[in-house]
Structures are given as C-alpha cells and as structure tokens.
Design a protein around this ligand. Sequence first.
Ligand code: ZN
Ligand code: ZN
Length: 241
Amino acid sequence: MIALHKFKLLEAAASLLYPSVCMCGGSIRAGEYLCNQCEAKAVRILPPFCHKCSEPFEGAITSAFTCANCAHRTIHFDAAVAAYRGRGIVREIIHEFKYGRQIHLRHLVARWLRAALDDDRLCALHFDVIVPVPLHPTRQRERGFNQASLLAELLSAQTSSPARPFLERIRYTTTQTALDRSERMENLHNAFRLRKNADVRGLRVLLIDDVLTTGSTLSECARVLKRAGALSVHAATAARA
Ligand SMILES: [Zn+2]
Ligand SMILES: [Zn+2]
C-alpha cells in the first residue's frame, strides 16, 4: 500500500508553497483548486459519442454507431467513459498532477473522474471492485506514485466499492504518445498480468485511469481481467484526449 502520510506531508508543503492563487492569477475559494472562471473552461464531452470508447463526434448522429477508433479491432472493455476532454485546463491540471508532483490536485482530477460515473452507461451499475491501471514499478519509482491508484482510492472512498491493485505491469513500455493505434496495441501486448492472489472470478470490475487516448491500455487490462474470469469490465477516466 502507498505511504499516504507521505502524500499528506507533500500536500501540506504544496499548500504552503502555493497559496490560494489560481493558475490564471485569480483568487480561489478555500478548498478549491481553480477559480470559477478556469474551472468553467473544462470541456465536457457531449453526445454524440461512440458508445464503446466515448470518442466524440462533430455533427448530428442519432443512430448507434461504432467509431473509427473501435472499428476493425477487438475492444475488451464493455465501455470506457470520460466526461471531460483532455485539453486546455483539464490537460494542464492532469499534467501538473502527474509530472509536477502537485499531488493535492488529485482531488480535482477525481471530481472530473467522478462525473464519468453519472454517465448512462455506468450510473445504474454496481461494481464489486475498482482496479487502477498499474504503472511499471520502475516508472512508479520515478514518479513516486501511481496517479490511477490515487484516483481509485478517492473514488472508493466516495462509493461502496473497494479499490484493489489487482493488475501489475510487467513490461516497461516506451511512452505511447508518439505511436499510432496499431503500434500502441503491439507495444502493450503482454504488458499486464493479474497479481498473485488476486481473484476476479465473477466480479464486475471498474477500471480506472487518468486519461483515455485510444483505449488500448484499458482494453489490454480488460482482456487480462476477463481472461481471469471477471464478469464485466467497464472503465472510467478523468479525461479523454
Ligand atoms: Zn483561474
Ligand atoms: Zn469507439
């Protein structure tokens, strides 16, 4: 388990270093992370979007459809949902949280993640377990934490579902950013496995990550969970690139 007190200390230090001034220079209400104007700039994902991977579409599409991102490949999750676009202020905050060691920002990112659970595809479901997408141990050491684990723990505290690190990453993969869809899938092949003693048979799993890009990581994790007997695997992320 993660040394939470260490984060609390970092968080306290961060709040001393960063008084309640927004990124834009405006003032922030106590307990908030952005001013009202900046928070309002977070872009919601509105229909129409792909039912499977939440890829938004311009224009009016009223019938059910599969997007180009999901076509011609097997997607192993039942649905992956994000409520916000990973651009502008959302992208900046997630970047600060992950790479800028602004760990206190997890609360704001978790709020965006929580909005995904209100989606029609997830709101009526009960999840037996919340599973974060794991980082490779080397990367987790570099970063000091796994952002998905922190988000899963916050979500667990707000729901009745326990968070469990049932997956591990066994291949250190290069960053996915510069790769196209098929390269991403190739890059992730056999990158994950079920942890020793993890038992997901018959469980309805909610997979958590910070950002969904093509869905390849979530699909690969879902494949491992379903092969191990999970009944269903849905995914929620704070944002969709
Ligand atoms: Zn602001
Ligand atoms: Zn799709």
